[in-house]
Design a protein around this ligand. Structure first.
Ligand code: DX5
Ligand code: ZN
Length: 228
């Protein structure tokens, strides 16, 4: 599996967003992760589709990866796709028909992902895997950046990778998000994750590019040693 590193724009300096987006591209990140919060599904508000449009305008070649933390993602999917989302993820706990949601996103030629809160069992995702390009395990309670990594999620990652392999879903990407730094990313990789979202840890680096390269390297090695 290809290891990918995705900085979350939630942790950027909002006083100079265009520069921050260029910094992510210059750091050779694999994608820009956009966290959309509706103040209902999670107790916080972030930004809307215009942020994807801004990213597309500033650096058209930087892949736009959108994580919807919304009660009704189905009502907004088209707007995010129109704004430039290239992967659209929503929560399995959201108040919508996940089958229909995933099909509608795929029908528009956009990659799909389902997301799991830390407390939701991995098995909640199993029925939907054939319609998912990737799954995202939240490793903090969604809503805020800068929280501590929850190691109790690790066994779920292993269980899902095992299940996907047993079902022949060898191309499924497994992503983690929340409290990710060099150490926690390596732990997740050793359990079968291959995509890593990091907000505060990456944006606070003076050399984001060097850290992304190091993270990619460390995670590639840890993924290779995984025991499951
Ligand atoms: C949390 C968001 C994360 C967040 C990660 O609800 O989904 O993407 O930005 O931030 P850090 O890396 O600071 O935990
Ligand atoms: Zn996220």
């Amino acid at each position: 599996m290809k290891v990918q590193i995705l900085p979350s724009l939630l942790a950027a300096d909002y006083g100079c967003l265009a520069e921050e987006i260029r910094r992510v591209e210059a750091a050779r990140a694999d994608a820009l992760h956009l966290d959309i919060m509706d103040a209902h599904f999670v107790p916080n508000l972030s930004f809307g589709p215009d942020m994807a449009t801004l990213a597309r305008r500033v650096v058209p070649g930087l892949y736009r990866h959108v994580h919807l933390m919304m009660t009704r993602p189905d009502l907004y999917a088209d707007r995010f796709i129109d704004a430039g989302a290239q992967t659209l993820q929503f929560h399995v706990e959201a108040d919508c028909d996940a089958w229909a949601g995933l099909r509608a996103i795929r029908a528009r030629g956009v990659r799909t992902g389902l997301v799991l809160r830390p407390q939701t069992p991995a098995a909640a995702l199993f029925p939907y895997l054939p319609l998912c390009d990737e799954v995202l395990f939240m490793t903090v309670n969604p809503g805020y950046g800068g929280q501590a990594f929850m190691s109790e999620v690790l066994p779920k990652i292993g269980a899902l990778r095992c299940h996907a392999d047993a079902c022949g879903l060898n191309a499924l990407d497994i992503m983690v998000d929340g409290g990710i730094n060099l150490e926690t990313a390596a732990l997740c990789a050793a359990h079968g994750a291959n995509q890593f979202v990091a907000g505060s840890f990456l944006f606070k680096q003076s050399d984001m590019g060097a850290m992304i390269a190091q993270m990619r390297d460390t995670c590639t090695r840890a993924y290779g040693t995984k025991t499951r």
